[in-house]
Design a protein around this ligand. Structure first.
Ligand SMILES: Cc1ncc(COP(=O)(O)O)c(C=O)c1O
Length: 386
């Protein structure tokens, strides 16, 4: 058991973005001038009223240890936000946990849920940082190959059914879906949640891109599609993308009290939650005017239009700030193409295969950065792909 755990740690891999970053730094050290359309890191500043709330909290001496579950005021702000935006009712005392970003929520959820050998259904392609915590928790990944239908990635229900075994304990969903940009419709969510109910599978729902959606596409919390799934549903969220707060490391989870309690025990032995003054600022973000969120959404929509007008083969994302470029007609693999774009054209993107074999034939282009970075990056990409 001890050895298996050490082996799992030894087998941990950097995420695709971190592996490419290492390559990028090596080239930069040799003098290369690169433009990056790689990271999911908004270049917009954290809105001023949130920064001010943080400064006020610091001035007011909010620098002691936080309540490890999350400050009461933050948990209450989360409960109100979940009701206001997602139509979900959670008890701040027992069903909400403050976490250091969604990353810690994902980790604690998997550590709390999985037993050795349990299986986790994972759409392919998907954000690759789910894999390591699944393995660390002793879980086994059962990929669910997505398909491109009518220009969007979907999870075929027959593929999901075939991937299921009696050992499956959880399904991870991420809508809006990184990297592919799909926002699940209510009908899709009904099918997916009914599957979880029928198969007794816990749905871990990462909703970190919920506010970044385009046109008629609107985020729906999967639990709103099937309220009866409440005992087997865990909501994971963070302020990183919604409020441009990636460096603040603050997020939250909501779920059934016994699961939240187990996650809390893991948190109490490790991170002990975000800093007190950060939680005050996060509460101000959730409770305050959401105009800043609408303004950011409008800015991403503008950038998305630029990407779609500039890049042949770019698939229109329904949400999030990534566009997948369809390069399936090319002879080289997505990783070969990514490397060529990096070395010969000085533009950094992520190959779709980094997110799973079903991402092969695509490149992920981020428009989390705009302005000159986006303009130059797209110029280089256009040239490299022509
Ligand atoms: C789908 C998804 N979940 C979670 C995270 C990590 O979020 P956080 O900064 O809140 O830890 C990211 C970051 O890129 C993401 O894309």
């Amino acid at each position: 058991m001890e050895q298996a755990h050490q082996d799992r740690i030894a087998a941990l891999q950097p995420t695709a973005v971190n592996a490419i970053l290492a390559e990028v730094r090596e080239l930069q050290a040799k003098g290369a001038k690169l433009v990056s359309l790689m990271r999911g890191e908004p270049d917009l500043p954290t809105p001023a009223h949130i920064v001010e709330a943080c400064a006020r909290a610091l001035q007011n001496g909010r620098t002691g240890y936080p309540d490890n579950r999350g400050e009461k005021s933050f948990r209450e702000a989360v409960a109100l936000k979940l009701e206001r935006d997602n139509h979900l009712l959670y008890d701040p005392a027992s069903e909400i946990l403050a976490t250091s970003g969604a990353t810690f929520g994902i980790y604690a959820a998997l550590m709390a849920l999985l037993r050795e050998g349990d299986e986790v259904l994972l759409p392919d392609p998907i954000y690759d940082a789910y894999q390591s915590p699944i393995r660390l928790a002793g879980g086994i990944i059962r990929p669910v190959a997505a398909e491109i239908r009518n220009g969007r990635f979907v999870i075929p229900m027959d593929t999901l059914e075939r991937a299921w075994t009696p050992k499956v304990r959880a399904l991870i969903l991420n809508s809006p879906w990184n990297p592919v940009g799909t926002v699940f419709t209510r009908e899709e969510l009904e099918r997916l949640t009914h599957f979880c109910e029928r198969r007794n599978v816990t749905l871990i729902s990462d909703e970190i891109y919920e506010t970044i959606t385009y046109g008629d596409h609107k985020h729906i919390s999967p639990l709103a599609a099937l309220p009866g799934l409440r005992d087997r549903y865990l909501h994971i969220n963070s302020l990183s993308k919604t409020y441009s707060m990636t460096g603040w490391r603050v997020g939250y989870c909501a779920g059934p009290a016994p699961l939240i309690q187990r996650m809390f025990m893991i948190l109490a032995q490790s991170s002990r939650g975000p800093a007190t003054f950060i939680q005050d600022a996060a509460a101000a973000a959730l409770a305050g005017s959401q105009d800043c969120v609408a303004a950011m959404r409008a800015e991403y929509a503008r950038r998305r239009d630029i990407v779609l007008h500039t890049l042949p083969g770019a698939m229109a994302p329904e949400g999030g700030f990534f566009a997948m470029v369809d390069v399936r007609h090319r002879a080289e693999t997505s990783d070969q193409l990514r490397r060529r774009l990096l070395h010969d054209f000085g533009v950094v993107v992520v190959h779709g295969a980094a997110y799973g074999p079903s991402g092969e034939g695509t490149l992920r282009v981020s428009f989390a950065s705009g302005g000159d970075t986006l303009r130059q990056g797209l110029e280089r990409l256009r040239e490299g792909l022509s």
